[in-house]
Design a protein around this ligand. Structure first.
Ligand SMILES: NC(=O)c1ccc[n+]([C@@H]2O[C@H](COP(=O)([O-])OP(=O)(O)OC[C@H]3O[C@@H](n4cnc5c(N)ncnc54)[C@H](OP(=O)(O)O)[C@@H]3O)[C@@H](O)[C@H]2O)c1
Length: 210
């Protein structure tokens, strides 16, 4: 799979590195692709990783991960040109300052806003509900952390689930993109548990069934 990353920070850097090590071709799209930080990232991710501009990352990727700060996400998506037809994995969280709530502008979840800013993209909400440290290692003893995802395009969701499983998650289909508001609320719960209410960042959720 050819994967472009928009936002090669904590989340984009961690996921891109894991996918490159798992055998995918990963283009880290950065506003400063020649910076030492990006060079170090590419070096540690291995031979299948490269650093390019955000527009080139989109042009080269069949799958594009958006992992930018929420207040930069609209600009980041509109700056890169056509995303129509691409599978767009949305890891962002529309966090309000002070972790007070979520920016559901116009009554739309973050993922629905992302879909409006990237016309024709096949948006899957995924990789937003746990911290990047868990993305680096989703295993907790014998168990794997669950990775919730939702979207309206069945093929795009299948690929998103495969990319989650490839790095150690147990993917869980949460339904259509309209469910993204609950995944984003779940993310805020993870953050508040981890950083406000004393649980620390080495936590994750697992869906149990019987
Ligand atoms: N941190 C987590 O554990 C976590 C977990 C799940 C979801 N999320 C969500 O994922 C998104 C990214 O979080 P993160 O922690 O990975 O962020 P981060 O470390 O700050 O990285 C974001 C990257 O976005 C790029 N970027 C593009 N436009 C930008 C702008 N105008 N201002 C600042 N950076 C810009 C920057 O890369 P260049 O400078 O190279 O262009 C930056 O490295 C957020 O929406 C967050 O809520 C975070």
């Amino acid at each position: 799979m050819k994967i472009g990353i928009l936002g090669a920070g904590n989340v984009g850097g961690t996921l891109g590195s894991a996918w490159a090590r798992a055998g995918h071709d990963v283009c880290f799209g950065s506003r400063q692709p020649n910076d030492a930080r990006i060079a170090d990232l590419v070096k540690s991710a291995g031979a299948r990783a490269s650093a390019v501009t955000p527009s080139d990352a989109v042009a080269r990727g069949d799958v594009v991960l958006i992992a930018t700060p929420w207040d930069a996400t609209r600009q980041a998506l509109t700056d890169v040109g056509r995303l129509s037809g691409k599978i767009l994995l949305d890891a962002t969280n529309p966090l309000q300052g002070g972790l007070a709530g979520l920016d559901f502008a116009g009554g739309r979840s973050g993922a629905e806003q992302v879909a409006a800013w990237a016309p024709g993209a096949r948006v899957v909400k995924i990789f937003n509900t746990v911290g990047f440290n868990v993305m680096a290692n989703p295993r907790f003893g014998a168990e794997r952390a669950s990775m919730l995802y939702c979207g309206d395009d069945g093929d795009a969701k299948k690929i998103a689930a495969e990319l989650a499983a490839a790095i150690g998650f147990d993917p869980v289909d949460a339904g259509p993109l309209a469910e993204a508001r609950w995944l984003e609320s779940f993310a805020l719960l993870w953050i508040r548990l981890a950083v406000v209410n004393g649980q620390g960042r080495e936590i994750a959720f697992r869906l149990m069934k019987r």
